[in-house]
Design a protein around this ligand. Structure first.
Ligand code: AMP
Ligand code: GLY
Length: 420
């Protein structure tokens, strides 16, 4: 089978590596891909927003499955348009992608189907939102509705911060905001493969969203991750499947918009159990770079079956090892990453067994690579436990010569502390 991956980041590189292990795979393409990813998936210069052009490419290259990496094309309806053109896709339709595309949609959905989440109110008017925020007080969480690339959320510790967030979202042109109860607990990224009716749990992960050591500084797309997460016991996993994933699949089917693809539940594990922070309708990045290297089953076979509505009921086979990923970003990320700086030593870093360097924002320049985005490399290592995976990942990072980049030095601190 020929496969086309939509996307250009480290997540898509991890998906490509997993698909390449499949005996079912013939040719692998990525649109737009990146120059580092080109070693495993041939880059195709397609305007991904032009769904007609993507469908034409799929027909002329006998693509048997399109795997959509990021959320924007899903929310934009690429799956609807490709399926209408007769091309099979792994990923949700536009209507099902509202689980990520609209926070207000998801909150209403959770209320309707009794999915545990933070108490909330939606507002389209700054005055009413401010009155509510003043009545509830801090801490409180303010969110833009709609996709905001991780920038639309303020966890306000003080009332002044909450008021400022409300005012700035409406002033910035957001028509709808959601104000939420602040939940206390430990965060967990939970993933399930879904075929519209049934779901199977994938390995879980925990990520580090803040740019700086000690979880300080602004939020980013993610500076590192590890899998497994010590907080997730078998009992907790079963509870999340029962209380969050199963009712979501049932509810989406009931509404006539069945969910197929990866469902990524961002959870808070509170004293009262798992509660939903948000859904994403795709793999996480950098979570994919730690969960997919642990997967022993054939990802292509699973994706084909999920798209066709016939996932097996058996649990997935997963390596017992821990995977840990350190993201290397261009200096200045997330506000203003400096592009064009030279990166050396990647091949040597990726040489030890169990180490993978995933390429994100890179461009080939002569024999080497230069930075071409904010998050540039995602360096993953496997180990017997989190301490060994971390030591191997940081040894690989240290052998990469890139003065224009930086990384966090404490990825995995929570897992190390809890297993110590
Ligand atoms: P989101 O973009 O919705 O994932 O939110 C970004 C981050 O804000 C999350 O990873 C949490 O750390 C935090 N957050 C979001 N909503 C809540 C909430 N209701 N209570 C506590 N923390 C939250
Ligand atoms: N790392 C979080 C995300 O992909 O949304």
């Amino acid at each position: 089978m020929n496969v086309l991956i939509i996307g250009s980041g480290g997540r898509e590189h991890a998906v490509a590596n997993a698909l390449r292990k499949s005996p079912l795979l013939d040719r692998l393409f990525a649109a737009p891909g990146n120059d580092g990813l080109a070693a495993v998936a041939q880059s195709v210069a397609l305007e991904v927003g032009d769904h007609g052009a993507v469908a034409d490419f799929c027909r002329s290259n006998a693509i048997g499955l399109v795997v959509v990496g990021p959320e924007a094309p899903l929310v934009g309806g690429i799956v609807d348009d490709l399926e209408r053109a007769g091309v099979a896709c792994f990923g949700p339709t536009r209507a099902a992608a509202r689980l990520e595309g609209s926070k207000a949609f998801t909150k209403v959905f959770c209320d309707e189907f009794n999915i545990p989440t933070a108490a909330w109110r939606g507002f389209s008017d700054a005055g009413a939102a401010l009155a509510y925020v003043r009545a509830v007080g801090a801490p409180i969480v303010i969110k833009a509705d709609g996709l905001a690339a991780g920038k639309g959320v303020t966890v306000a510790a003080s009332l002044a911060e909450a008021e400022a967030a409300v005012i700035s979202l409406f002033a910035g042109g957001h028509a709808e905001i959601v104000v939420e109860e602040f939940m206390i607990g430990e965060e967990l990224s939970f993933f399930a493969l879904c075929d519209g009716v049934n779901a199977i749990a994938l390995p879980e992960a925990q990520d580090h969203k803040r740019v700086g050591d000690g979880d300080t500084g602004p939020n980013t797309g993610g500076m590192g991750a590890y899998s497994p997460a010590p907080i997730l016991t078998d009992a907790m996993s079963a509870r999340i499947m029962r209380e969050i994933v199963a009712p979501t699949l049932a509810g989406m089917s009931r509404r006539g918009t069945p969910y197929r693809g990866v469902l990524f539940a961002g959870l808070m594990i509170t004293r009262d159990g798992p509660r939903l922070i948000e859904f994403n309708v795709r793999f996480g990045d950098p979570e994919a770079e730690v969960i997919l290297p642990r997967l022993e089953d054939d990802l292509l076979d699973l994706m084909v079956n999920a798209a066709a509505g016939r996932l097996p009921a058996t649990p997935l086979r997963v390596k017992a090892e821990t995977a840990l990923c350190v993201v290397m970003a261009a200096r200045g990320y997330p506000a203003a990453p400096r592009l064009g700086t030279l990166i050396a030593g990647v091949d040597g870093a990726a040489a030890p067994p169990g180490v993978t360097v995933h390429f994100a924002g890179v461009r080939r320049d002569g024999e080497g690579f230069v930075a071409n985005g904010g998050r540039v490399l995602a360096v993953t290592a496997l180990g017997r436990d989190v301490a060994e995976a971390r030591a191997r990942a940081y040894a690989a990072v240290a052998s990469i010569d890139w003065p224009g980049g930086f990384y966090r030095r404490d990825i995995g601190w929570r897992a190390i502390k809890s297993t110590a």
